[in-house]
Design a binder for this molecule. Structure first.
Ligand code: CAA
Length: 256
């Protein structure tokens, strides 16, 4: 995989994807989003990848949002397309990706940057991270799913306050309100994300993909049904046989 705006390093079945536009604080322009979309399409069938970690280049910024310079002259139609294409081709694709995606938030996570972290399944922040949805300062609202995912994570009231005031919050505050799972010192961020990824990669990948599906269905009218069906389907998988055999034989399972 050869990309201009992404650096990909894969080791131990963990792909670390670094968004790499440091001159623009890793803002999401069309090319970067298109490369992210391609990466996830390819990673879906790559057996060498069990977990994906998303992070930003440098220590200052995860992602400072959608690229403002690129959409500064957009019309209504172009604005709608920006939002719809981004949601379908990147943000929803990440949320529904069959392998876990961990956002290692290493600095500013603003606008589309916070939306990218929220589309990921797990968020770990460095202690210098600053998170916010500043779109209303530009006369806009979040367009990459922020109005939908933020209320689910932190509740409507807190989401409304963050979106209406456009204020950035600290990593510690983000932890307190459930927006990030953990806060670690900046130099430890990637190691911590990799340690979580490593734990995940030892478990059954087929079970985890069903867990993602069921968790994503939570709060919908089908949620419990998706869980029942997924639970049942797993009994036909080799991983179930291996997991149960390993338990009965008092050894660690080896999932293929
Ligand atoms: N788009 C394009 N370029 C950006 C950018 C963005 N979102 N954020 C930063 N940059 C660029 C700056 O223009 C600057 O480039 P130049 O030197 O060529 O001017 C470079 O990155 C460094 O930025 P600053 O000089 O501004 O750095 P700073 O440390 O003074 O401030 C900051 C950092 C507070 C993050 C500030 O850059 C900022 O406020 N950025 C914009 C944040 C924002 O509004 N994000 C939301 C975007 S809209 C969106 O995301 C819509 C959506 O939901 C789909």
């Amino acid at each position: 995989m050869n990309f201009q705006n992404l650096k990909i390093e894969t080791a131990d079945r963990i792909a670390v994807v670094t968004l790499n536009r440091p001159e623009a604080l890793n803002a999401l322009n069309r090319d970067l989003l298109s490369e992210l979309s391609t990466f996830f399409d390819q990673a879906a069938s790559d057996d060498n990848i069990r977990v994906v970690i998303l992070t930003g280049s440098g220590e200052k910024s995860f992602v400072a949002g959608a690229d403002i310079k690129e959409f500064s002259h957009f019309s209504q139609k172009e604005g709608e397309a920006l939002s719809a294409d981004g949601q379908q081709q990147v943000f929803n694709k990440i949320e529904n990706f069959s392998k876990p995606v961990i956002a290692a938030v290493n600095g500013f996570a603003l606008g589309g940057g916070l939306e990218l972290a929220m589309a990921s399944h797990i968020r770990i922040a460095s202690d210098n991270a600053k998170l916010g949805l500043p779109e209303v300062t530009l006369g806009l609202i979040p367009g990459y799913g922020g109005t939908q995912r933020l209320p689910r994570l932190v509740g409507r009231g807190r989401a409304a306050q963050m979106i209406f005031t456009a204020e950035m919050i600290s990593a510690q505050r983000a932890f307190e309100i459930g927006l990030v799972n953990e806060v670690v010192a900046q130099p430890e961020l990637l190691d911590r994300a990799k340690a979580i990824a490593s734990k995940i990669s030892k478990n059954s990948s087929v079970a985890i993909s069903k867990a993602i599906k069921a968790i994503n269905a939570s709060g919908t009218k089908d949620g419990f049904g998706v869980e029942i069906q997924s639970f049942g389907e797993l009994f036909e998988e080799k991983d179930f046989k291996e997991g149960v055999c390993a338990f009965l034989e008092k050894r660690k399972p080896e999932f293929k």
